[in-house]
Design a protein around this ligand. Structure first.
Ligand code: SF4
Length: 199
């Protein structure tokens, strides 16, 4: 039986956020998310319906054609799906495979890098914490800093910690700037792809 996944879009661009910012990346955006962040800029990904179902084999062919430095499975919330078959298929390419997740569901699949972006609207499943390579907490207002610290206490000490201003909140950049100056264990993550006008 061929396993397929609902795909919102695939595209080749630069990773815009976090540690791998600026690197050539092929994105696979899976449909489905019930975290429902009020400021979400991917609301079209919330429903699993009305999106084409693609096989891992077809997605692998797209990656080969793009020839990126890294592959990124994102969403939506990708862990709503069993990612084991998809990551097994993609791993055959020998290209580093990254996951971007809120961690709201149990971890499935094998990854070289996990970007963990926990959301208070649907708290993470405990299976994610030991596998986090970078923590990226979106900050809309100062109350979110407390949530960021609670999450940071549960990840490996080697994980890199980012605060990312919420794009639509004018005060968020100043909140993050002030906090990182006083708490240098944190870094600022900017959505650089939006500044240069690419996806
Ligand atoms: S977890 Fe991501 S895709 Fe889901 S609602 Fe939040 S920002 Fe949107």
């Amino acid at each position: 039986m061929i396993i397929t996944y609902p795909i919102v879009e695939t595209f080749h661009s630069l990773q815009g956020e976090g540690y791998w910012s600026g690197v050539s990346a092929f994105f696979i955006r899976l449909a489905g998310c019930d975290v429902h962040c009020p400021w979400c800029d991917q609301k079209e990904s919330w429903s699993q319906h009305n999106h084409p179902q693609l096989s891992g084999q077809l997605l692998t062919q797209q990656v080969v054609a793009a020839n990126p430095k890294i592959m990124v499975i994102t969403g939506g919330e990708p862990l709503m799906h069993n990612l084991e078959p998809l990551t097994t298929e993609l791993a055959s390419l020998g290209i580093p495979l990254h996951l971007e997740t809120s961690g709201a569901y149990p971890l499935t699949g094998s990854f070289d890098w996990i970007t963990f972006s926990p959301k208070p609207y649907k708290p993470p499943h405990r299976s994610i914490y030991n596998h986090v390579k970078e923590l990226k907490v979106v900050i809309a207002d100062s109350e979110d800093l407390e949530w960021a610290e609670i999450q940071a206490d549960q990840i490996p000490p080697t994980a890199i910690k980012y605060l990312q201003p919420e794009w639509h909140s004018q005060k968020s950049s100043q909140i993050v700037y002030n906090y990182v100056l006083k708490n240098p264990q944190w870094r600022v993550s900017l959505q650089t792809h939006k500044y240069i006008g690419v996806r």
